[in-house]
Design a protein around this ligand. Sequence first.
Ligand SMILES: [Zn+2]
Length: 167
Amino acid sequence: MEYQKTFGADEEIRGADLPIDLKLPAKRILDAGELRVTAVATHHGDCPSVAYRVDSNNESIVFSGDMDASALPNLIGLAKGCSLLVFHCAVLDPPNSPTLLYSLHTAPKHIGEAARDAGVKRLLLSHIAPDVEAASRSVLQSIQASYKGPVGFAHDKLRVRDVSALR
Ligand SMILES: [Zn+2]
């Protein structure tokens, strides 16, 4: 029963309400000594969505999740000065992706501006759509027009052991 060590035993699950209204402030949802997790509402079409920041010792990683550009002020606030921002990159700059997708995802130009405005130390792109992968050079150029730090493309099964070693 490797998938669940407590199989058959009593379990306790503690839930936390997540901030899903863009007007709500970021909320600390876990405070376990060195490990702290903070959530803030983002926006993904008509689905509630949330970005997370994980702080541990001197490192901090922010996960955008799926979000469109309307939630960037919240994301920028959450990501201020973080070690690594993992941002979903599923669309090309307008008008090169279907219009509907811009109400779900953030374009590279705005990803770069957000990374710059938040002063993040590194940017890792994830949730990479095939057309984004095929245009990776222009995606990178669009981001680097505003963000001057290191930018990487994530790939399946990527493990980051040392954030500062990530290029
Ligand atoms: Zn998506």
